[in-house]
Ligand binder design. Structure first.
Ligand SMILES: C[S@@+](CC[C@H](N)C(=O)[O-])C[C@H]1O[C@@H](n2cnc3c(N)ncnc32)[C@H](O)[C@@H]1O
Ligand SMILES: [Zn+2]
Length: 278
């Protein structure tokens, strides 16, 4: 038998997990057909692309996040910069969860690396409004469900997920509460004041952008969720010279810096991991 295509594998995996989906137009349950059509009883349908992802957006959205940006983010994440965060998040998740949704998953590396540390059966789903991010995710990571969609109005059924991840991305707490199972957890990762400090100091020298506070995010999180915990993880990672252009390219804020003006030997990762329950 020949090797099955990426699309065929995605069709199979989405069929197995069809109960996770609801129609983004009418909220009805969805089914997945052998030909790769994902459809509801009102005949709204979405097609699994040859790259193995589904686009659930009902109108086109322009994103400032480009293919280049996502490829650079992948190189940076592959370099190990976020390994400690992945380890910590995997420990918080534990080994008994069945379904995880990463909201604003970008190119998918955080979800893939976190799932690697969990049980083999866990079903990881990533959603992002930027098609280029999801195409990159589908290219590198199999046996995940990759969806282009709006995290504020998502194509998933209520109470479907044990864990929602929201890493360095915007949130919609109303929607997250709808999607989480009873007792499910939201894990939100936000930058702390020293995050990428060495880089920001050089790019934003003498500017207010250099300062960062997540105070309001933390207050809102406490208002919305129960049993909230907050862990700060701070560590430094040595940086190879070749990584500097990728670090510059990985943000849409356009850190308009010339790579040769930047000198970095190490970089600080400083993040808060907020955990709350519904
Ligand atoms: C700073 S990036 C972080 C991406 C990834 N979590 C990471 O840390 O590499 C923010 C991401 O949020 C996504 N995003 C912004 N608004 C969104 C929305 N309404 N629905 C889904 N994704 C969204 C962007 O497309 C982008 O990929
Ligand atoms: Zn429908």
């Amino acid at each position: 038998m020949g090797k099955r295509s990426k699309r065929q594998n995605s069709i199979e995996f989405m069929k197995e997990n069809r109960r996770l989906f609801s129609c983004p137009i009418c909220n009805n349950e969805m089914d997945v057909h052998d030909d790769g059509e994902v459809f509801c009883s009102n005949r709204h349908n979405f097609t699994i692309a040859k790259q193995g992802y589904v686009n659930f957006l009902t109108k086109p959205v322009r994103s400032m996040y480009t293919k280049n940006l996502f490829e650079s983010r992948k190189v940076v994440i592959d370099s190990g910069l976020f390994n400690e965060m992945h380890k910590q998040v995997a420990t918080i998740i534990g080994n008994s969860v069945k379904t995880i949704l990463d909201t604003g998953c970008g190119e998918g590396s955080h979800l893939a690396r976190i799932c690697e540390q969990l049980n083999d059966e866990v079903v990881g789903v990533g959603v992002d409004i930027a098609k280029e991010g999801i195409i990159t995710a589908a290219k590198y990571y199999d046996r995940k469900i990759w969806c282009v969609g709006d995290l504020a109005d998502s194509p998933f059924r209520e109470q479907s997920f044990d864990v929602i991840l929201n890493i360095l991305s915007p949130a919609n707490y109303g929607e997250f509460k709808r999607l989480l199972k009873q007792g499910g957890k939201l894990i939100k990762v936000v930058p702390q004041s020293e995050y990428l400090m060495e880089l920001r100091k050089q790019v934003f020298a003498n500017s207010k952008k250099e300062l960062y506070s997540n105070e309001q995010t933390v207050v809102r999180f406490h208002e919305q969720f129960m049993n909230v915990s907050q862990q700060r993880i701070t560590y430094k990672v040595p940086i190879e010279k070749e990584l500097i252009p990728k670090l510059i390219e990985m943000t849409p804020l356009g850190w308009h810096a010339e790579t040769h003006d930047i000198s970095l030997e190490e970089l600080t990762i400083d993040l808060d991991i907020l955990v709350g329950e519904v």
